[in-house]
Design a protein around this ligand. Structure first.
Ligand SMILES: [Ca+2]
Ligand SMILES: [Ca+2]
Length: 320
């Protein structure tokens, strides 16, 4: 009996630590997708950001807006300095070089949660024209019976595709493949990333919802200057013109550009896929990876995506 009780207690404590959700667990646990800030996957960090602060507490305007940090605290490598967004606040990053949809995760968002279960969440959206933004489909499996309080706990296993799933120094990764295709989003030339604080209040009129329409429960109220999502940094993984895997340098030569009938690709590594993507996001696959007959394509600008077994490279080509 004693053993049974011990096992039950252990099981209960494990559930408390992990939550009961079906998604990847906290950083350091088996199956976690958390990315440490020192990961060699990051080839660049965002260096421009515009912030629209939200109120410290959405239903009490007398407290004013969140005010900790400023937009420059989101620049560069994750370092624990943050800009606080407040309830429903937003940060919009314009990228110096576009991010593209390469194999697996394409970028990761860093927050400053100080434990694996004190988490503040945000939606993530992307755009390829700075006007039309598309949101990563998100899921919250956190209960909605009682409000998670000011310093309440959330569990990574109950959260998917929301920034802030992992604590300080660990980025939450996002894969552009998870956004449904649309002609208004070119996943091979993402120019903007937007972070929008999840208000986290489950009752009354201030709730924010996951993709299934379920209210997202996260710590609320947080009536301080550091209210809401605290954006530390965004690490970029697949950036146009930068190779994503450093240990196996890809050397490519693509010519001529502009091209009319044929395009020649010379590479030091075996190429597994060549795709042309037009400005509306339509993708054209080619079986021949060395000398490509493009005479059937309409004239215009294309992104050429060349994939080896470990990395992707995207460049712009003009078809005459
Ligand atoms: Ca991807
Ligand atoms: Ca920072």
């Amino acid at each position: 009996m004693k053993n049974t009780i011990q096992i039950l207690c252990f099981s209960f404590l494990t559930q408390i630590a992990l939550g009961q959700g079906s998604f990847a667990p906290s950083a350091g646990q088996t199956g976690s997708t958390a990315m440490h800030k020192d990961s060699s996957s990051f080839v660049a960090w965002i260096d421009r950001c515009t912030v629209r602060r939200g109120l410290q507490q959405i239903n009490d305007t007398s407290l004013g807006f969140a005010n900790v940090g400023d937009s420059s605290d989101a620049f560069g490598k994750a370092d624990g300095t943050t800009v606080s967004l407040g309830d429903g606040g937003e940060a919009i990053m314009e990228l110096s070089q576009p991010v593209f949809n390469g194999p697996g995760y394409d970028f990761a968002v860093f927050e400053n949660g100080f434990t694996a279960t004190f988490l503040e969440l945000a939606f993530v959206e992307v755009s390829s024209n700075g006007i039309d933004f598309f949101r990563f489909p998100s899921t919250s499996q956190t209960q909605v019976v009682s409000q998670v309080g000011t310093f309440g706990n959330l569990f990574a296993t109950e959260i998917h595709n929301l920034a802030g799933k992992y604590h300080v120094n660990y980025g939450t990764p996002f894969d552009l493949d998870e956004i449904p295709d649309t002609g208004l989003l070119n996943k091979f030339a993402i120019t903007h990333i937007k972070i929008i604080d999840v208000i986290g209040k489950i009752n009354e009129s201030f709730s924010t919802f996951d993709s299934s329409g379920k209210a997202i429960n996260d710590p609320w109220p947080t009536p301080f200057g550091s209210s809401g999502f605290d954006l530390d940094a965004i690490g970029l993984i697949h950036v146009n013109g930068i190779n994503s895997v450093k240990q196996e340098k890809l050397v490519l030569s693509i010519f001529p550009n502009p091209a009319h009938d044929f395009l020649t690709i010379e590479s030091n590594l075996p190429i597994s896929q060549v795709q042309f993507i037009d400005l509306t996001g339509r993708v054209f696959d080619y079986q021949n990876h060395r000398k490509i007959d493009i005479s059937g394509l309409n004239s215009g600008v294309y992104f050429v995506r060349i994939t080896t077994n470990s990395q992707s490279y995207v460049t712009k080509l003009v078809k005459k």
